[in-house]
Design a protein around this ligand. Structure first.
Ligand SMILES: [Zn+2]
Length: 189
């Protein structure tokens, strides 16, 4: 899988596909575009839209590839998630800060059902260990302090992860989740 920061970066790279090594077998010269991954998301909830581009490493005569496929994403999307990363970040940051998942979700004005915030929050909690491990490779977690400078022992694990994300990607122009996906080449949740 490849995750790019923007559509422009993705398209520039895809134009050079024939010169790039396959992420599976490392063979160069066998990659071809191979259709799309389609699905529903926030902007396209009435009909399926393109979510990712598929690439095939050709094992046909003389191509020398491995015959496997992989997908090419833009960092604003998360696999199997209806929300884009802007909405996901807004929801998680607000839910971790206020403790109210339902209110944080209402503020998104999403077309998803009322149970969605709990499913998404659960996915986030289950991914936290992996997120923190990946973040630690980028930078140390910030010191836990309140605005008055007093350390906060009551900070939850979720708040700690959110604070760590913010600190790791404070210089990024995209939201911290998109920046995480682009930097680590893995989905956030
Ligand atoms: Zn290959």
């Amino acid at each position: 899988m490849w995750i790019f920061a923007s559509k422009e970066q993705r398209d520039r790279r895809l134009a050079l596909l024939k010169c790039l090594p396959c992420p599976h077998c490392k063979h160069t010269g066998a990659l071809n575009r191979h259709g799309f991954l389609k699905g529903y998301d926030e902007l396209n909830f009435k009909q399926k839209a393109i979510r990712a581009i598929r690439v095939f490493c050709s094992d046909r005569a003389n191509a020398g590839g491995c015959g496997r496929t992989f997908s090419v994403w833009i960092a604003d999307k998360v696999k199997r998630l209806f929300l884009d990363t802007d909405s996901l970040w807004q929801f998680l940051e607000q839910a971790a800060t206020t403790g109210s998942k339902s209110q944080a979700f209402r503020d998104l004005q999403s077309s998803l059902s009322d149970s969605a915030p709990y499913r998404i929050w659960k996915r986030f909690l289950q991914a936290q260990a992996a997120i923190r491990t990946a973040l630690t490779a980028i930078g140390p977690p910030p010191k836990h302090v309140h605005q008055d400078g007093v350390p906060s022992p009551a900070q939850s694990a979720a708040q700690g992860t959110i604070a760590h994300l913010k600190a790791a990607f404070q210089d990024s122009s995209s939201n911290p989740i998109a920046a995480f996906q682009n930097a680590t080449q893995r989905f956030f949740i």
